[in-house]
Ligand binder design. Sequence first.
Ligand SMILES: Cc1cc2nc3c(=O)[nH]c(=O)nc-3n(C[C@H](O)[C@H](O)[C@H](O)COP(=O)(O)OP(=O)(O)OC[C@H]3O[C@@H](n4cnc5c(N)ncnc54)[C@H](O)[C@@H]3O)c2cc1C
Length: 360
Amino acid sequence: MGRLMGWQLARSGYRVALYDRGDATGAQAAAWVAAGMLAPFAEAALAEVLIAELGIESLALWPAILAQLPEPVFFQRNGTLVVWHAADRAQAQLFEQSMRAHLSADLQQTGIVKLQGPVLQTAEPALGTRFSQALLLPHEGQLDNRQLLAALAAGLAQHKAELHWGVTIDDLALPVAGLVIDCRGLGAQPSWPALRGVRGEVIRIQVANLGLTRPLRLLHPRYPLYIAPKENGIYVIGATEIESEDQSAVSVRSALELLSAAFSVHPGFGEARILELSTQCRPTLPDHQPAIAWDGARVLRINGLSRHGYLIAPALCQQALAMIEPLLAGTITDVDAFEAWRQRTRWPTLFQTFPLHPIG
Ligand SMILES: Cc1cc2nc3c(=O)[nH]c(=O)nc-3n(C[C@H](O)[C@H](O)[C@H](O)COP(=O)(O)OP(=O)(O)OC[C@H]3O[C@@H](n4cnc5c(N)ncnc54)[C@H](O)[C@@H]3O)c2cc1C
């Protein structure tokens, strides 16, 4: 979130300094471990309508963002295929109902396609006849998150942003600036105690010639499982969702479940090589929704992206940028002006004042 905000501001002509306790790769961030799925429809089964709306908006924004970055980023918009084993049929019905409940009639009509038999085999030939039914969510996509982090770092440098890697920022020593934008994810927890981490584990494997053409979701009794094909035969299998801030290595149980799930989708995964097992925690607010919070003076905090960072970041960034202009221009000066401005936005619930720093 911080890199995207910084890059957008720098290329709009603002002077930007970025501070990150990690390095330019982003390997210390939740953003590094993520799968980079852009799945507003599938996520609608689990999340509030706001997430689907921000996600659909963001899907449309990603191509223009990526086209302006100085390095290539793998981006695909070839849909997601939701599959289930026969024993989990009841779960498929529940999933579809929950998804539809959070989508408009129009989106339901164009964004959810039921496939079966030969039509399913033609849509995803690599699956053969292993599944008899599936849901295709044709508008969904994915990107290569690690390429994106690198490309944004390069884009920041290109636009002459000051880059301070390896610098930890704490609340008592905020950098001096016209505006400080705090996008520290779970690192902001000391100043935003409502934030909590939700542990997620993923496995990266590599196998040649398996031929899956789009991300698959396998309905699973415990958590939404996906297999996302990246470039060069790399597949990201994820993700567990555990109420814990433990960031220790992937457990045997999770590894067994994730790998068995992949193997049950395609036996060809049996010959894949395990490249990486990784854990990170999703920065999550109590209502599982993102927030853009203003302290009444010169700090804006963007957090709570939870399991949807890539899905919603472009739209969130656009909303935050819309607030920065009047803030810096001195049009939003107090809570009344902020409130009046907020009510005119498309998603007023995104904006709040930061509770620990009362205005005044
Ligand atoms: C297993 C897993 C799978 C996921 N899959 C997906 C997915 O498929 N699609 C999707 O949309 N989202 C996914 N996500 C969610 C996504 O990764 C997060 O929503 C997103 O990374 C949050 O972005 P952020 O910038 O707020 O936090 P982060 O990505 O954690 O970045 C925070 C940055 O702040 C820096 N920082 C922290 N504290 C300090 C400090 N004190 N001083 C200086 N710098 C600091 C960190 O080094 C880091 O660079 C997944 C997450 C996980 C864990």
